[in-house]
Design a protein around this ligand. Structure first.
Ligand code: NAP
Length: 471
C-alpha cells in the first residue's frame, strides 16, 4: 500500500483508495486516504517545518532543490512508467513529463536567488526597500491529467520561496505525488517541508482550504471547484492561485499550409486524450480553407495510433476513467442533436480499458453546448468564419480564456488578432502553450494568477515594504 507522507512518517490513514489503471480497468494500487486528523497533522508538521525552512537562505534552499532535481532525473523512468500506467498517457509523453519535472525543480533552485527586491526613491528621502517573504504553509490541490507536472509547477516555486507544503493529489492519480515526496526527503529536504496527503477532495481538499494555518491554496482543476475553493478561502482572506478549465480556440486562416496545420491541430486537441486544459478543442477555420482543412484533419486524426500507453508507438491512450469516457460520448451525442456532423471517431476499442477514438464534429456554432462547454476528452469541434472580426468574436465567445493558437502567414494580421484574443497564453504558428521560463495561466473564468517563469515566485511570496528614516 502507498502511504501518506506526513513529516517523516508514512501513515496508513483512514481507509484506502483503489487506484485503477485506465488501460486495463483493473486495480493498479491501494493508496492510504487521509482522515481529517491526518490532514490537520500534515498542516501542523508543515507549520513546524516552516520555522526553520523559511529561515534558510535562498541559496541554501536552492542547493537542496538541486539535489531533489537530480534524484528526480535519476528516477525519471520509474516516474514515467508510474504516470503512464496511472493516467493512461503514452510512455513517450510521460518520459517528457518526468524530464520536465526535474527541469522545473532545477529552474526554481536557480531562480530564487535572482528574485530581487527593490530600492525605492521615496519623496521623504531615507531608504525604502522591498523584501520578498514566504507566505507560510501552502496547500496545493492538483488534478489527474498531468499529476506530477502540475504538482511540481506549484511545489517547486513554493519551496524555493521558503514556504512549506501540504500537497493533495487527485484521488485518481496519487502515485507520482507520493513518490516525489519520498524523493524530496531522500534529497535532504527536511521532514515536514513537503507533505503528501491523498484523500477525497470534498472532505480533505475542502478542509485544507478552510484550515486557518494554511496561508495560500494553489489549485488546478475544474472551474466549478475553483469557485467553491474561492468562496471558502474568502472566510480567511486566504490567497488563492487558480488554474481552471479551458475551451481553447485554434484559429486557422486560409493562407497557411493546411496539411501542416491539420497535423498540429490534431496533436493540440487529442494529446493526453484531449484531457488537457489547453486542448485546442474549438477549431475556427476560414471558410475558403474549410473543406481542404477538414480532409487533412480527418485523415491525420484517423491515423493516430490509439492503444496501450506502454507501447512506444502509441500516440493516444485511454481516458482516465469510465466516467470521463461516458462524458465524451454524451457530448458527441449532444453535438449531433444540436446539428453538428460527426466526421470520425467516438468508438470504443474492443479491449478492456477506457479507450475512445478521437472524434471530430463539424458545423459548430455559437450557443451549442459542444462549442461552449469544456468536454475534457478527445472531441474537436470545427467552426467556420469569413472575416478577421468574426474569428476574434468566435475565439472570445466562451467564459474561458486559457490558451489558444493562431495560424497565418500575414504578419500584421497575426499581430492584430493575437492582441485581440483574450487568453492568458497564445501561440502564433505554433501549438506550444507551455514554456518553463514564461508565465502560464488563464484569463476570465480560466483562472487567477500565473504559474511558471519568475512570475510563479511572486505567487508564493508576499512583498513587504520597509522604510528607514536616515535623518
Ligand atoms: P477537479 O474535479 O476540480 O479536481 C481537482 C482537484 O481538486 C482534485 O485533487 C480533487 O480531489 C480536488 N477537489 C475536488 N473537490 C474539491 C473541493 N470541494 N475542495 C477542495 N478540493 C477539491 O478537477 P479534475 O477533474 O481533477 O481536473 C480536470 C479539470 O482541471 C479540467 O477542468 C481542466 O481544464 C482543469 N485543468 C486546468 C489546468 C490549468 O492549468 N488551467 C491544467 C490542468 C487541468 P479528488 O480527486 O479527490 O476529487
Amino acid at each position: 500500500m502507498y502511504k501518506l507522507l506526513i513529516g517523516d512518517q508514512r501513515r496508513t490513514g483512514n481507509g484506502a483508495i483503489t487506484v485503477i489503471e485506465p488501460a486495463t480497468g483493473q486495480p493498479l494500487a491501494e493508496v492510504a486516504a487521509a482522515s481529517p486528523a491526518d490532514l490537520d497533522d500534515a498542516v501542523a508538521e508543515a507549520k513546524r517545518a516552516f520555522a526553520t525552512w523559511s529561515k534558510l537562505t535562498p541559496v541554501a534552499r536552492g542547493e537542496m532543490l538541486y539535489r531533489f532535481a537530480e534524484l528526480v532525473r535519476a528516477h525519471a523512468e520509474e516516474l514515467a512508467v508510474l504516470e503512464a500506467r496511472n493516467v493512461g498517457k503514452p510512455i513517450a509523453d510521460a518520459r517528457w513529463e518526468a524530464g520536465h519535472v526535474a527541469e522545473t525543480i532545477r529552474y526554481y533552485a536557480g531562480a530564487v536567488d535572482k528574485f530581487f527586491g527593490h530600492t525605492i526613491s521615496v519623496k521623504k528621502g531615507g531608504l525604502d526597500i522591498t523584501l520578498h517573504v514566504p507566505l507560510g504553509v501552502v496547500g496545493l490541490i492538483v488534478p489527474w491529467n498531468f499529476p506530477m507536472v502540475i504538482a511540481t509547477w506549484k511545489l517547486a516555486p513554493a519551496l524555493a520561496c521558503g514556504n512549506t507544503v501540504v500537497l493533495k493529489p487527485a484521488s485518481l492519480t496519487p502515485l507520482t505525488a507520493l513518490r516525489l515526496g519520498e524523493l524530496a526527503l531522500e534529497a535532504g529536504i527536511p521532514p515536514g517541508v513537503l507533505n503528501v496527503v491523498p484523500g477525497p477532495g470534498g472532505e480533505i481538499g475542502q478542509r485544507l482550504v478552510a484550515h486557518p494555518d494554511v496561508a495560500k491554496i494553489g489549485f488546478t482543476g475544474e472551474t466549478a471547484t475553483g469557485r467553491a475553493i474561492m468562496a471558502t478561502a474568502a472566510q480567511h482572506i486566504k490567497r488563492v492561485g487558480l488554474e481552471l478549465g479551458g475551451k481553447s480556440p485554434n484559429i486557422i486562416f486560409a493562407d497557411v499550409d493546411v496539411e501542416l496545420v491539420a497535423r498540429e491541430a490534431a496533436n493540440s486537441v487529442f494529446a493526453n486524450a484531449g484531457q488537457d486544459c489547453c486542448a485546442r478543442s474549438r477549431i475556427l477555420v476560414e471558410r475558403t480553407a474549410h473543406q481542404r482543412f477538414l480532409e487533412a484533419f480527418v485523415r491525420v486524426t484517423e491515423s493516430l495510433v490509439v492503444g496501450d500507453p506502454l507501447d512506444e508507438q502509441t500516440q493516444m491512450g485511454p481516458l482516465i476513467s469510465a466516467r470521463q469516457r461516458e462524458i465524451s460520448e454524451t457530448y458527441i451525442a449532444v453535438g449531433q442533436s444540436e446539428g453538428a456532423r460527426q466526421l470520425c471517431g467516438g468508438q470504443r476499442l474492443p479491449r478492456p480499458g477506457f479507450f475512445l477514438t478521437p472524434a471530430i464534429l463539424d458545423g459548430g456554432r455559437p450557443g451549442m453546448r459542444v462549442v461552449e462547454e469544456e468536454i475534457f476528452g478527445p472531441v474537436a469541434v470545427v467552426m467556420t468564419f469569413d472575416t478577421e472580426e468574426e474569428a476574434i468574436e468566435l475565439a472570445n465567445g466562451t467564459i474561458y480564456g486559457l490558451s489558444g493558437s493562431l495560424w497565418t502567414n500575414d504578419l500584421k494580421r497575426g499581430l492584430r488578432v493575437a492582441q485581440a484574443v483574450r487568453t492568458g497564453v497564445l501561440s502564433v504558428n505554433s501549438s506550444t502553450s507551455v514554456h518553463l521560463q514564461a508565465p502560464f495561466g488563464g484569463m476570465k473564468q480560466s483562472g487567477l494568477g500565473r504559474e511558471l517563469g519568475m512570475h510563479a515566485l511572486e505567487q508564493y511570496s508576499e512583498v513587504r515594504n520597509i522604510y528607514f528614516e536616515t535623518q
